[in-house]
Design a protein around this ligand. Structure first.
Ligand SMILES: [Zn+2]
Length: 149
């Protein structure tokens, strides 16, 4: 039987297809672009909800990242989980990646975006008023923080 719902379709996205969609979305650039960390080009794909926690290859769960699990932005996210969770870059099992915006500095857009499973981005307008400075994690010079809800 053919899949009908979005979640069912997402489950049918293969790793190969997902990598193509994410590569087209990112234009080959790292979508995380953590200041003073980013290497620029996309080298790998980061799972917002880890595969070991049930995360899929649905494009909404993926971000183009520079580096590997230990270098570049990918390594930064893996080694700063609390920060990454605040940034929407690291999700927990109860969170739907389509419903949690991600803080992507991709293409110098310092903003928050909802990702879908077709490779499209939708601006999270609720974050527009959130450009309030606060204490920065070590190694960061500037970023637009997510407000407490
Ligand atoms: Zn990067």
């Amino acid at each position: 039987m053919a899949p009908t719902g979005t979640a069912e379709r997402a489950a049918f996205v293969t790793e190969q297809r997902a990598r193509v969609i994410v590569g087209q979305r990112s234009g080959g650039r790292c979508e995380l672009a953590v200041p003073n960390v980013c290497l620029g080009p996309q080298h790998s794909v980061h799972h917002r909800l880890k595969r070991s926690h049930g995360g899929s290859w649905a494009p909404s769960n993926l971000l183009a990242a520079c580096g590997s699990g230990t270098t570049g932005c990918h390594g930064w996210v893996e080694s700063h989980p609390a920060w990454a969770m605040e940034e929407g870059l690291w999700l927990q099992g109860h969170q739907d990646p389509r419903e949690v915006s991600a803080h992507m500095r991709w293409a110098d857009q310092r903003s928050w975006w909802f990702l879908d499973d077709e490779g499209m981005l939708r601006w999270d307008e609720s974050e527009f008023e959130a450009l309030v400075p606060r204490a920065l994690p070590a190694g960061l010079t500037t970023y637009a923080p997510k407000p407490s809800r």
